[in-house]
Design a protein around this ligand. Structure first.
Ligand code: PNS
Length: 178
């Protein structure tokens, strides 16, 4: 019963992430969804907020009873080393298109360089969900677009509230600090 790790920023989660989680959970004994830091991104939500939203969504969508959500501040390669009680874990990621494939291929090579036994399995995104991204979700929400199809209602509400909070503190989309 192999353990799989699904690492990501999940800032915030989308239905695309939830689809990969549900499909990945069927392929392994245990799925660890790991909220991690991407050095190239400035997250809107804290790791704990992102993990809490994922736990609630996984629960509400009945994505699988073998799923654990954690927030982890280090390297995926090190996380995998700590999860090898029942054999070597694998990484599972979703790919929406050529750009994702390019990035994921690079990350897979880096992760294997850091942990020689760490393999990455890539799942093609459901074509109906392949246009969804956290980046587009945030951008549409920020400019008042309809984001109901991006994620469950409670995530949409959290994003709208977070945007309102930023605007209140002078960090709205047209302010100097934005
Ligand atoms: O959802 P994202 O932003 O595409 O996920 C990228 C993520 C968070 C999985 C990646 O940046 C990552 O693995 N961060 C943890 C640090 C690490 O292990 N880096 C080496 C692989 S690039």
């Amino acid at each position: 019963m192999q353990t799989a790790i699904y690492p990501g920023s999940f800032d915030p989660l989308t239905y695309g992430h939830l689809d990969i989680i549900a499909r990945a959970a069927k392929l392994c004994g245990k799925l660890v969804v790991a909220v991690m830091h991407n050095a190239g991104k400035t997250p809107l939500f804290t790791p704990d907020e992102r993990a809490a939203m994922l736990r609630r969504a996984v629960d509400e969508q009945n994505a699988g009873s073998n799923i654990e959500v954690i927030a982890h501040g280090g390297l995926v390669a090190d996380l995998a080393r700590g999860l090898d009680t029942y054999g070597k874990p694998v990484i599972i990621k979703g790919v929406r298109g050529a750009q994702d494939l390019y990035m994921e291929q690079q990350m897979a090579v880096l992760n294997r360089a850091a942990n020689a036994e760490l393999e990455t399995v890539l799942l093609p995104a459901d074509p109906k969900l392949a246009h969804l991204s956290s980046r587009a979700f945030k951008e549409f929400a920020r400019y008042g677009g309809n984001v109901a199809h991006f994620a469950p209602d409670f995530v949409v509400e959290a994003l709208i509230m977070q945007n309102a909070e930023l605007t209140r503190h002078g960090r709205g989309c047209f302010s100097r600090e934005a």
